[in-house]
Design a protein around this ligand. Structure first.
Ligand code: SAM
Length: 351
């Protein structure tokens, strides 16, 4: 235990550990170690963000997907899914509603849906920026060419979320069909960074076949990439996927990793994810208390929410945007935090 506390102190000072040290920490942590880490992580968050939690309005605009990730409920092969697409007007309505509720970041997320050509994405992004110039736009629409990413950026997209899913190539191939590779995914992340996006990487905790060593590799990968955002959440099985019988990821491990990330990159934007809130009724609050500083309430029209099911039992699928916003504001208030009405950009550390 003493040794583990020393490792946490070392992480706080050096902002990185070796692969072996991460493995040691992740293999042996206890409740006491976690509390030691969380206190440091919370203090670090407070130093950079005070008691403010950034909010992102999430718009899940299409559940069509050309990919077939083995873990995902909206994978192409799942024929039980009732597919939907939101038009530009639908998306703008969500933004308008969100803007009135205080959102200054919109996250447009979807399956990889070729119905949305580059020109159409550019049109949507430009129109949002024209109508709501003081907002940030985050895209999360999967793997695209450098040229496509560049077009969206020039149209006004500020950020891009693309979880690397797992840094280990072999593990990646166990989670995806052959035509999807870790190499291509990681290249996308490098392209996005080069273009100038604020970039979000991330992975599922407890995904099938994941080892402690894989998680340590993810942490080293994140340190090398130095993204501005990292989204991690537990893997949760979906009944109509090849991974339906695998167990869900661990709450304790997810929280512990949030704490580690906070010490690794002190000014990092870390969401307390919906998946965390799905495996524990207070999962998002616990995420904040472990060092997260972002929440992403849903702005999608209620009528489509139950169709964007990446995993079973997803929360917040029946509520209006305003309800989600106020529910989260209350949850944050109860633990001493406040939702910010702010774009909530990444702020580089002073040298
Ligand atoms: N298509 C885009 C992409 O590939 O980045 C964005 C949408 S994708 C559904 C968003 C994220 O959902 C994935 O990066 C994955 O980590 C997460 N996800 C998918 N299935 C999941 C599951 N069963 N449990 C937890 N998270 C899951």
């Amino acid at each position: 235990m003493g040794n583990l506390k020393e490792l946490i102190d070392k992480l706080e000072n050096k902002r990185i550990l070796s692969l072996e040290e991460f493995i040691e920490l992740l293999s042996n942590f206890t409740e006491e170690t976690s509390n030691y880490l969380f206190e440091k992580a919370r203090n670090t968050s407070k130093k950079y963000f005070g008691n403010k939690i950034y909010t992102r309005g999430l718009i899940e605009f299409t559940n069509y997907c050309k990919n077939d990730c083995f873990y995902c409920g909206i994978r192409r092969s799942n024929v039980d899914v009732e597919r939907y697409r939101l038009s530009k007007e639908d998306i703008l309505n969500c933004c308008e509603n969100g803007y009135e509720l205080g959102f200054r970041t919109f996250v447009l997320q979807g399956g990889e849906d070729l119905h949305y050509s580059d020109d159409y994405i550019v049109e949507i992004v430009s129109e949002i920026k024209k109508r709501f110039p003081d907002t940030a736009i985050t895209l999360s629409i999967g793997e695209k060419s450098y040229e496509s990413y560049e077009k969206y950026y020039k149209a006004g997209a500020d950020r891009y979320l693309l979880r690397h899913e797992t840094a280990n190539f072999k593990h990646y191939s166990m989670l995806h069909p052959e035509n999807q590779t870790a190499k291509a995914r990681q290249q996308c992340l490098r392209d996005l960074k080069k273009i100038g996006y604020q970039v979000g990487a991330g992975f599922m905790v407890g995904s099938p076949y994941q080892t402690i060593e894989n998680i340590a590799e993810d942490l080293i990968f994140i340190n090398d990439l130095q993204p501005q955002m990292v989204g991690i959440g537990p893997f949760i099985p979906h009944h109509a996927t090849p991974f339906s019988d695998f167990p869900q990821g661990s709450l304790d491990m997810t929280l512990f990793l949030i704490g580690i990330l906070r010490l690794m990159i002190p000014n990092l934007l870390i969401p307390a994810t919906t998946a965390l809130g799905t495996i524990d009724p207070n999962g998002r609050e616990k995420g904040i208390l472990a060092g997260a500083n972002v929440v992403m309430p849903n702005l999608s029209p209620v009528k489509v929410r139950k169709q964007y099911l990446l995993y079973d039992n997803k929360i917040c699928t029946g509520e209006e945007a305003a309800e989600c916003r106020f529910c989260l504001a209350n949850r944050m208030k109860k633990i001493g935090y406040e939702l910010a009405v702010d774009r909530g950009d990444f702020v580089p550390l002073e040298k």
